[in-house]
Write a protein that binds this ligand. Structure first.
Ligand SMILES: *[C@@H]1O[C@H](CO)[C@@H](O)[C@H](O)[C@H]1NC(C)=O
Ligand SMILES: *[C@@H]1O[C@H](CO)[C@@H](O)[C@H](O)[C@H]1NC(C)=O
Ligand SMILES: *[C@@H]1O[C@H](CO)[C@@H](O)[C@H](O)[C@H]1NC(C)=O
Ligand SMILES: *[C@@H]1O[C@H](CO)[C@@H](O)[C@H](O)[C@H]1NC(C)=O
Length: 401
């Protein structure tokens, strides 16, 4: 049997295996969702296989594929699109063409991809940012911050802060006719984590604290200290993103040492001296009852991991770890969460904590939603759910920015 035949046969078996996974009843487009889910899981399986036999690193396999989806900066009748750099960091800039009487709002968008893959050039983000620019008559900046594991935490955050600070200079704001009182930072998944972090940092900085009007977080990742919150247990083998994949990728943001993900899978990755941080992510206090179900809060076992990663205690990695007085400084916030998402409870806990300290929060929860759907908005991988998430986010911006 030839190699190709073998490969084809194996692919069929894998596909058959993954396509048979049950899809929750209320999820629409069952057949399409099942296919996309099976393809994503096969990709992850193949990437793991390639890594184990030493052919290619896990993230290299994923990023090779994701790069095939990159778009060129193509202007249309309404929007001028350019790839340029702000302070040396690559960005894609969307400028409305039509004449405007008043100054424009601006959105700085941070893409998802678990800190290791993806770009503002991916077709879904290009579509999203273009439509945001068009519908809001806004200037939109997609940021291509550095990725892990080539550049570990906090390289991405440093890049984004440079871009935002560059953009907020008077001369730049004036050049693009941006209203300095109507600037929002937004992102999905790991980009939602970066959005929350960067917003917190800017809001604590006397020079910039009044310059961010709003933040929008789409199914954000907001903590890596408790890996057994109810949504992580409920969606362990969930659609598109399994707990195993999420842990593998989250750890790659800090290290390539396998000991960290191994410990995190058991929720035994945090050091002894981190006990005081768990009150900030204690889901038994912050989740609405409806999501707690019959799960019982268990304190994680501390001090089992032999290695030290100071980043694990850092609120720039887990924005949920800031105290209430820090949190209070957050601006108007939009948070979208999905029911079938291991990251659901990160978003839900942030909603509760922000509301507890009086921050104005709009929360959309999609009962039939799952992680990553926003990345599927163009054919052949076109999901109604992706379009719905995009529309909810943009209409919130239209009303609030
Ligand atoms: C340009 O804007 C108009 C009005 O909003 C819209 O109808 C049209 O579809 C837009 N064109 C593109 C290419 O998005
Ligand atoms: C978490 O909250 C529960 C219920 O309020 C409490 O009993 C427990 O001590 C808390 N644990 C931590 C680590 O904060
Ligand atoms: C912990 O670290 C020590 C010293 O580096 C090493 O000898 C030991 O094998 C490690 N233990 C585990 C469980 O990894
Ligand atoms: C909250 O955190 C900030 C920054 O770490 C710190 O300066 C401040 O003292 C803390 N406030 C309280 C009430 O613990």
């Amino acid at each position: 049997m030839g190699c190709r035949t073998l490969f084809f046969a194996l692919s069929c078996i894998l596909f058959a295996y993954y396509i048979s996974a049950p899809i929750p009843e209320n999820v629409e487009e069952t057949w399409k969702v099942g296919t996309i889910n099976a393809l994503v899981k096969m990709l992850s399986f193949t990437a793991t296989l390639f890594e184990n036999i030493g052919l290619m690193k896990y993230e290299e396999v994923l990023s090779t594929l994701v790069k095939l989806d990159f778009t060129k900066p193509i202007s249309d009748e309404n929007i001028t699109v350019t790839d340029t750099t702000f302070s040396g960091i690559p960005v894609r800039l969307y400028l409305p063409k039509r004449k405007s009487e008043r100054q424009r709002p601006a959105v700085i968008y941070l893409h998802g991809g678990a800190f290791i893959i993806g770009s503002c050039k991916n077709s879904a983000y290009d579509l999203l940012n273009r439509e945001t620019a068009n519908k809001l008559d806004a200037v939109v900046v997609g940021v291509d911050f550095r990725l892990s594991p080539q550049y570990y935490f906090p390289a991405a955050i440093e890049d984004i802060l440079s871009v935002v600070k560059f953009f907020l200079q008077d001369k730049i704001i004036e050049r693009y006719r941006v209203d300095p009182m109507r600037i929002c930072i937004a992102g999905d998944s790991s980009g939602g984590s970066l959005t929350a972090t960067v917003t917190q940092l800017l809001k604590s900085d006397p020079v910039f604290k009044n310059k961010i009007k709003a933040q929008a977080l789409i199914y954000p990742s907001l903590q890596v200290i408790d890996s057994l919150v109810p949504s992580q247990q409920e969606n362990e083998h969930g659609l598109l993103l399994t707990r195993d994949m999420a842990i593998k990728m989250a750890c790659l943001y800090l290290t390539s040492n396998e000991a960290l993900p191994q410990a995190m899978r058991k929720n035994q990755h945090m050091p002894q001296e981190s006990r005081h941080l768990f009150k900030f992510v204690n889901w038994s206090n912050f989740l609405p009852d409806k999501y707690k179900k019959n799960y019982i809060y268990m304190e994680p076992l501390l001090g089992k991991l032999n290695l030290s990663y100071p980043a694990l205690l850092d609120s720039r990695l887990s924005p949920l770890l800031v105290n209430d007085s820090q949190l209070q400084k957050c601006p108007l916030t939009y948070i979208l969460t999905c029911q079938y998402d291991i990251l659901r409870d990160d978003g839900l806990m942030y909603v509760t904590r922000l509301q507890n300290v009086g921050v104005d929060v709009v929360h959309d929860h999609l009962e039939d939603g799952f992680h990553g759907a926003l990345s599927f908005m163009s054919s052949p991988f076109y999901l109604q759910l992706g379009i719905r998430i995009k529309d909810k986010y943009i209409s919130w911006l239209e009303e609030n920015l």
